[in-house]
Design a protein around this ligand. Structure first.
Ligand SMILES: Nc1ncnc2c1ncn2[C@@H]1O[C@H](COP(=O)(O)OP(=O)(O)OP(=O)(O)O)[C@@H](O)[C@H]1O
Length: 462
């Protein structure tokens, strides 16, 4: 009979997060305990604490491959070990069996087949605990709720394909993070990931932003500039807020997607591109198509696979994990004294609605990291943070600025100042029935200043 050792379940070793997700999910669904590792070094670290009941390892990984690990595990009588690989050549398969693997799974494998293989190998193996163990690999994209697991599953499934993906969800739900995960899990991972927020670029500049321009293409174009398509060559182009793209550019984009080639603005050279497009929108794209604001044929091209990110209020069970992660990250980044949430504080936070979703939760945690006085954040601290900021327009401005900085946008200060001027002027004019002198006086600026700013704002918006 097999020796009853205390082990820590099934260990999956694969640098491909998508494969880990999918396989781990299937094994957990079957009631097994799973730990995930992205490389052999972290397996070795974990082996100092405990041993696995079974290891499923990839063969080719950056750094050290799975066969070295297999040798080591066999030498220490740890295992059984199942090997998986996309390289089903005879030499690799034979080497794996020679080194003592009990089975060899050729990728892409059928999940049922993988599960059957694991169950066969376990039939002889020691006791496997069924409680889920914490995973070792830090996923950038966190979440344990059912909808997020479904998102992980989809990412795992479609990452390796070259299909265009449309990510939908309210602002701040993690659409860009999903796009990055899709890129990181694809064969394009060593090529660039380029993000462009189409709503943040004035429409007259968007074309040259996407496709680049030649020197002299327009006033101020002093040299040739590569657009985002060229920058992303071989990799992934993430087009955020695609729903806001002006129709004329939708037509241009569609032509490029259909033909796989484009000209720079003012250029004559036809440039071929091999870019995977991941688009995102917080809008209802179908409704925009209905309303004639979005081209149906472009939607059709972008919306090949759809990943929907639910708002945070529909997956509240993710809030504690996210909050703790953001607090720890902020403390580390800002070099503050360690802080943690009290149970009551976490409970209060989890009950809150976050219209700005994960981004808003992240900002709240960053603020708490700075302002909470004790090592433990209490519900009273949350009150403080909310009372001083609720309804405060600087909050919205801060969110906007953080987002713009995150996306490496241009002229952030000028654009914010312009928006500030415009909002104040419009409000003052509205409050004074369009009377400029009164509006200026109400704002505490001279009439000439108001007229000048009004002119500048109109020009920018015409
Ligand atoms: N599941 C998650 N795990 C960890 N961090 C997350 C998660 N979802 C979102 N975030 C973080 O929240 C912030 C907002 O995410 P992201 O920019 O991807 O959202 P978005 O949906 O693209 O927003 P927008 O539509 O406003 O551009 C980022 O700092 C991101 O790292």
């Amino acid at each position: 009979m097999a020796k009853q050792t205390e082990t820590s379940g099934i260990w999956i070793v694969d640098d491909d997060r998508g494969v880990r997700f999918v396989l781990a999910e299937a094994l957990r669904d079957a009631g097994l305990s799973v730990r995930e590792f992205s490389d052999t070094a972290s397996v070795r670290t974990a082996l100092r604490e405990t041993t696995p009941a079974l290891v499923v390892t990839d063969v080719r990984m950056p750094g050290e491959g799975g066969l070295v690990l297999l040798d080591e595990l066999r030498a220490q009588h740890i295992g059984p070990v199942i090997v998986m690989s996309a390289y089903t050549d005879v030499a690799t398969t034979a080497a794996a069996y020679r080194a003592g693997a009990v089975d060899y799974l050729a990728k892409p494998f059928d999940l049922d087949q993988a599960l059957a293989s694991v169950q066969r190998a376990l039939a002889d193996a020691p006791h496997v605990p069924t409680a889920d163990m914490p995973t070792v690999s830090p996923h950038a994209l966190l979440g344990e709720s059912a909808p997020m697991r479904e998102v992980f599953r989809l990412i795992g499934r479609v990452a390796a394909s070259d299909l265009n993906v449309l990510v939908t969800g309210e602002t701040g739900t993690g659409k860009e993070l999903v796009a990055r995960a899709l890129h990181d899990e694809s064969a394009r991972r060593d090529k660039p990931f380029v993000a462009l927020n189409t709503a943040a670029i004035p429409s007259e500049l968007l074309e040259s932003e996407l496709f680049g321009h030649e020197a002299g293409a327009f006033t101020g174009a002093t040299r040739r500039v590569a657009g985002r398509f060229e920058q992303a060559e071989g990799g992934t182009l993430f087009l955020d807020e695609i729903g806001d793209m002006p129709l004329i550019l939708q037509t241009r984009l569609l032509r490029v997607l259909a033909g796989g080639e484009f000209y720079r603005v003012g250029g004559r050279e036809l440039i071929r591109c091999h870019v995977r497009i991941i688009a995102a929108t917080h809008q209802d794209l179908d409704a925009r198509v209905e309303a004639g604001q979005f081209r149906a044929d472009l939607k059709h091209r972008l919306d090949v696979v759809r990943i929907e990110l639910p708002p945070l209020r529909q997956r509240r069970s993710d809030i504690p994990v996210l909050a703790q992660h953001f607090l720890a990250t902020a403390v580390q980044e800002l070099k503050l004294a360690p802080k943690r949430f009290s149970k009551a504080a976490l409970k209060t936070i989890a009950q809150r609605d976050f219209p700005g979703n994960v981004r808003e939760l992240e900002n709240l945690c960053r603020r708490l990291a700075v302002i909470a006085s004790g090592a433990e954040i209490l519900p009273a601290d949350l009150g403080k943070s909310v009372d001083t900021t609720r309804g405060d327009w600087t909050d919205a401005l801060r969110d906007w600025a953080e987002r713009a900085l995150e996306h490496d946008e241009q002229d952030i200060h000028a654009r914010a100042r312009e928006a500030l001027d415009r909002v104040l002027m419009e409000a003052a004019l509205a409050a004074n029935e369009g009377h400029r002198q009164h509006a200026a006086a109400a704002l505490g600026v001279g009439r000439n200043t108001l007229t000048r700013k009004l002119g500048a704002s109109r020009k920018r918006h015409s």
